[in-house]
Design a protein around this ligand. Structure first.
Ligand code: ADP
Ligand code: NI
Length: 227
């Protein structure tokens, strides 16, 4: 059967298998389980949006980290290019390929001062799902996994958080991991698009705030001082 006869279900299964293989065991917090959760959460969010196309949403979620600029020398087109190569190889319609590329191009956080609107409802579902993965217990774990992967200290009170006003400044950042909470993670709740994601974010955000309060309490030895 020629590849352009693949059903939407087969396109999704083959893409999931390709991405699972590529990302199994990845150690910077961009592992297959992250992508699998973004896939499931994107589907659940998209189901609440009347205009989101399921195939575009699922392919966008599965391919959103396929070649992240953070791991490709800052090349922002590496992801869209890799997604196009994979999808055209499966014979996927050009219109679908373009909409998936757009999601990947628009999804990344680029600094607190840089707006990152999504131009499609599918993109809103996928970006919200990805951002929910950066907050809560999993978000805390991923931040330290990423920081460790980059060899960064956990915390340094002498290095204050910075409000990045440009993508260039955000990209060059190499601050301790705790700063990332103040430079990005604590702000994500306000940057979600969909009511469903905002509901999910509430508990996760509160957990992250509680984690930070306890981290700093232990760092400063306030609990020990109370012995
Ligand atoms: P985004 O699409 O918003 O760039 P990703 O899905 O690529 O997000 O994943 C980013 C993950 O890596 C998040 O969990 C985030 O907290 C973590 N991360 C990214 N940059 C840093 C950093 N400088 N310090 C700690 N964690 C980071
Ligand atoms: Ni991601």
């Amino acid at each position: 059967m020629p590849p352009n006869h693949l059903s939407p279900a087969a396109i999704i299964t083959q893409t999931a298998d390709f991405i699972r293989e590529k990302f199994l065991g990845e150690g910077s917090g961009h592992d297959w389980d992250h992508i699998r959760r973004v896939w499931q959460t994107s589907r659940a969010i998209a189901a609440t949006l009347p205009r989101a196309d399921p195939l575009v949403t699922e392919l966008g979620a599965l391919l959103h980290d396929v070649a992240d600029w953070k791991f490709h020398a800052g090349d922002e087109e590496a992801g869209p290019r890799a997604a196009r190569a994979w999808l055209t190889g499966l014979g996927v319609d050009e219109a679908v390929v373009q909409r998936v590329e757009t999601i990947i191009r628009e999804i990344s956080f680029k600094g607190l001062g840089v707006p990152t609107p999504m131009s499609t409802p599918e993109g809103e579902a996928v970006q919200d799902a990805d951002r929910l993965e950066a907050i809560g217990a999993i978000g805390v774990a991923r931040a330290f996994a990423y920081g460790g992967h980059k060899g960064r200290p956990l915390h340094d009170p002498a290095v204050p958080p910075v409000q990045h006003e440009s993508f260039e400044s955000y990209k060059q950042n190499s601050a301790p991991t705790i700063n990332h909470f103040y430079e990005k993670l604590l702000h994500l709740r306000q940057r979600l698009h969909t009511p469903a994601a905002r509901r999910l974010a509430e508990e996760r955000h509160q957990f992250m705030e509680a984690f930070l309060a306890q981290f700093l309490r232990e760092w400063d030895g306030r609990d020990v001082a109370e012995l």
